[in-house]
Design a protein around this ligand. Structure first.
Ligand code: PEP
Ligand code: MG
Length: 897
């Protein structure tokens, strides 16, 4: 039996999206429910796969099925394709499974040629209209199918209007269009080397091929990458009989949303044009009217559209985006789909639909696209003030920033020290630029993608970033940046919008993040269904407070090394590292202790009543010292003996600490075992802070986390140290009750493999999936992202960047194994994740499935993580229910047998 690859609109329904694409499935559904949809048929996504498999060729089988579909359409319409006296005209449009608005191609008015256009003239008694349709076909066909640049046609159209002394397309006469038709045909011949096809069946075949091929065009590929749409999906093609909105003043075309897609308000929102065809609205040739004005012009039509909106929204239980055409006073619906909306509108529509009784709370939660919450939860741009967008790049890290341009990291750091707001602008960043990124309000790069170094680092630091902005060129020598014909000098103000990727000249006013009532409502519903707890990665009292404000239920990772990076503390840290003897080192540690204690007190207070997971020092010590080349150049320019001696000492130390591979070197617990006095100080600071807080009535729950354990013996020895120091501090002047936990990060594969033994000495496991991913794949993240990962992703060797989306197959297997083994020994073992994946929706779903207790992510990601955790729980329940249903069905079948 041959595969059915063509379905009439009367054969499908809304559930057949995977096969018919979103548009095809909805056209079929609307046809089924009796809405006025012009008849047509859908060529399936399976046909698209077959097309690609046979080397971009429409097979004879598919062609035969298309011709059958066409025959049926001819009989439905009582018109023949290519008939000079009664021509059937059709549109050919793409329709992917997941909506990709505007990403692929459409061709209207197929079926017109030199003969049939005369038939259309005779039928409609409207030569102006008929010739206009024909020239539109040549224009669309020429650019979409024959690959001729659109401006070639636009140029001819503009010249013709100029010669006729007119401005608007509607003023062009039939003769004007006829003249343009012959110029367009000549243009096609000149630029493609072949004539515009007069055979209408050739037109159709070529158009279908072009739409299939448009699946691979550049903008569609980029859209899929950003929206994580699988390349394998392919597109369906919809062939539909034409209706015309450009036949006269009782005709028109438009787009209407059933609710406002920017605010979510429950009022119709849309635009239309009288006497126009669909692409006029999109092309912006004429300014469309708002839908409310139709009330006065064609009141009956307005009422009908309102009725259709209500009907479709009720049917699909969601806000719809509807395309319509009015032909001689009759309304046709050409498309409906769930309307794209911004984050604020998405929340309002979801909450309103629940209160209107249309959907359940679970449905509302499932509808929230968590990645869009970034728009709400970061500082944004006051749109009314945006005037001067000079370039657009990739929206790599959300939020908006203003600052003066610095072209190198040192300048950025220096200006920041002097109290200036800086935007770091580089062609790309490397780990050497890290101090500049740290000092900057935001980062702009002209090269590199969403996983480039700049993007990853900025996201990690919660700073806005626009990267891969190819529209800007940087001249480092002249200290200038060029964007089109604009020049930005070092020190000029610019604004970055990390949500849209815009680079704006000047300082645009910013708006603070907004937590709306609707968001609070959705979050409350999320909290009711989720199983995972959501903790924050926070290293200071301010971040801890922000995190709590966003609903953090504790801190899952406090990276204590971040407490040593401010200039005054760094100097003490460096003295500690430079110390030649234990005594000397202890003097420096004694100075560091109150600094850490101060921060811990602030964090415990902010997290009163909630657990705070403090990780003991993790990075290799050389990270706190300046780099070698910097020291050497300072030495060369130094003119005091004392400074020279100091610099030489530091160079000796840097050389001594040098490692071939610091990621796998003396860091984490290895450091604490070789220099126990460092961990000793940190533990003392934690418990002194805890004691002080307890005395002030704060409820403190410290959880001490030992990093990078690979062998149980490492944890055992350090746990003893924690217990010993805790005992001493907590009972120093009086006995204090402080229930604390000691656990480990699982970042080394060996720790996961020997989890059962490790669990004997751990109260909790926290999966450090950044390092666990590095070590499981054997990739160093900086090198991978800087060198080969983008290539791997392009070649589809990996489905995602494993540093962003958890590799459930490999890294996930280790997590699952460790959780199972650990809990087998110790059922009360607490488990969570604190790598960057803790803020990623798909990774959160994995954590739910694996039964972890919590995820920990950066403060601004907490609302998103709460919703993602709820979505994971709902999805999981749905799967379980479906399985149970299947099981029950099988049992009934078995009984029947
Ligand atoms: C990790 O490795 O996942 C982790 C959280 O530690 P860091 O990113 O600080 O190495
Ligand atoms: Mg780590």
């Amino acid at each position: 039996m041959t595969l059915k690859m063509v379905y009439s609109f009367t054969e499908g329904n809304a559930k057949m999206k995977a096969l018919l694409g979103g548009k095809g499935a909805n056209l079929a559904e609307m046809t089924r429910t009796g809405l006025p949809v012009p008849p047509g048929f859908t060529i399936t996504t399976e046909a698209c796969h077959a097309f690609f498999h046979s080397g971009n060729r429409i097979t004879d089988d598919l062609l035969a099925q298309i011709n059958l579909g066409l025959k049926q359409l001819e009989s439905d319409k009582g018109q023949m394709f290519g008939d000079p006296s009664h021509p059937l005209l059709i549109s050919v449009r793409s329709g992917s499974v997941t909506s990709m608005p505007g990403m692929m191609d459409t061709i209207l008015n197929l079926g017109l040629n030199d003969e049939t256009v005369e038939g259309l003239v005779a039928l409609t008694h409207n030569d102006r209209f008929a010739y206009d349709c024909y020239r539109r076909l040549i224009q669309m066909f020429g650019s979409v199918v024959m690959g001729i640049e659109g401006f070639q046609f636009e140029r001819l159209l503009t010249r013709m209007k100029k010669n006729l002394g007119i401005q608007q397309d509607q003023e062009v006469t039939a003769e004007g269009w006829q003249q343009l038709i012959s110029e367009y045909k000549q243009c096609v011949k000149t630029h493609s080397g072949v004539e515009f096809p007069q055979n209408v069946h050739d037109q159709l075949k070529l158009a279908v091929e072009a739409v299939f091929k448009s699946w691979h065009n550049h903008r569609a590929q980029v859209y899929r990458k950003i929206n994580r749409i699988p390349d394998e999906q392919g597109t369906a093609v919809n062939v539909q009989s034409m209706v015309f909105g450009n036949k006269g003043d009782d005709c028109g075309t438009g787009v209407v949303f059933t609710r406002n897609p920017s605010s979510g308000e429950n009022v119709m929102f849309g635009e239309y044009l009288i006497n126009a065809q669909g692409e006029d609205v999109v092309a912006g040739v004429r300014t469309p009217q708002t839908i409310e004005t139709l009330k006065n012009i064609l009141p009956e039509m307005y009422d009908q559209i309102e009725q259709v909106c209500k009907q479709l929204e009720q049917h699909y239980k969601d806000m719809q985006d509807i395309e319509f055409t009015v032909e001689n006073g009759k309304l046709y619906v050409l498309q409906t789909r769930n309307g794209k909306r911004n984050a604020q509108a998405a929340l309002k529509v979801a909450v309103d639909l629940v209160s209107e009784g249309v959907i359940s709370r679970e449905d509302a939660l499932q509808r929230i696209e968590v990645s869009h919450l970034d728009q709400l939860l970061h500082r944004g741009i006051d749109e009314s003030a945006v005037t001067d967008v000079i370039a657009v790049g990739l929206p790599a890290s959300p939020g908006a920033a203003i600052g003066i341009v610095a072209f190198d990291a040192d300048t950025a750091a220096e200006w920041n020290k002097a109290g200036k707001q800086v935007i770091l602008v580089r062609s790309e960043t490397t780990p050497e630029d890290i101090h500049g990124v740290l000092a900057a309000e935001g980062v702009l790069t002209s090269r590199g993608g969403m996983t480039s170094h700049a993007a990853v680092v900025a996201r990690g630091m919660g700073k806005p970033c626009v990267c891969g902005c190819e529209g800007v060129r940087i001249d480092l020598q002249a200290k200038q940046m060029f964007a089109g014909d604009r020049i930005v000098e070092e020190g000029d103000w610019i604004t970055l919008d990390g949500v849209s990727g815009r680079v704006i000249q000047g300082a645009v006013p910013l708006k603070e993040a907004t937590v709306t009532d609707e968001l609070l409502q959705i979050l409350q519903w999320a909290d009711e269904v989720r199983k995972l707890r959501v903790y924050a990665n926070a290293d200071n009292p301010e971040d801890a407070e922000i995190a709590r404000g966003f609903g953090a239920e504790g801190i899952g990772l406090c990276r204590t090394e971040h407490m040593f990076f401010s200039p005054s503390r760094l100097a003490v840290m460096q003295r500690m590292i430079m110390a030649d003897s234990l005594e000397e080192r202890k003097i420096a540690l004694d100075q560091l202790l109150p600094m850490q204690q101060f921060d811990f007190e602030g964090i415990f207070k902010a997290m009163d009543g909630l657990p705070v997971t403090v990780r003991l020092l993790d990075p290799p010590l050389h990270e706190f010292l300046p780099n070698l080349s910097e020291l050497q150049s300072k030495l060369q320019s130094s003119d005091t003996d004392e400074e020279k001696v100091q610099l030489q000492q530091m160079i000796r130390k840097v050389n001594a600490l040098h490692e071939s591979n610091p990621m796998l070197g003396q860091r984490g617990c290895r450091l604490g075992i070789v220099y126990p006095e460092i961990y000793d100080m940190q533990i003392e600071a934690i418990f002194k802070a805890a004691s002080a807080c307890i005395d002030r009535g704060v409820s403190v729950h410290p959880e001490i986390m030992i990093p990078l354990v690979g062998d149980v013996s490492e944890l055992k020895i350090l746990r003893e140290l924690v217990d010993e120091v805790a005992e001493q501090v907590l009972s120093a002047d009086k006995k204090r009750e402080c229930r604390y936990k000691v656990g480990t990060m699982i970042e080394v594969p060996r720790a996961a493999l020997t989890a059962r033994r490790i669990a004997a000495h751990a109260d909790f496991f926290s999966f450090g999936t950044n390092d666990l991913t590095q070590m499981t794949y054997g990739y160093s993240r900086d090198d991978a992202e800087g060198k080969f990962l983008a290539h791997y992703l392009d070649k589809k060797l990996l489905p995602h960047n494993p540093f962003q989306v958890l590799d459930s197959e490999g890294v996930g297997q280790l997590i699952d194994l460790a959780v199972t083994a650990g809990r087998a020994l110790k059922p009360t073992l607490k488990t969570g994740i604190c790598g960057e994946h803790g803020g990623d929706k798909d990774s959160i779903a994995f954590c739910h499935q694996t039964g972890l207790d919590y995820v920990s992510c950066s403060p601004y990601r907490i609302p998103m993580a709460r919703i993602a955790a709820a979505q994971a729980a709902i999805e999981h329940n749905n799967q379980v229910e479906k399985q149970a249903e299947k099981q029950a069905e099988k049992q009934v079948e078995a009984k029947a047998v």
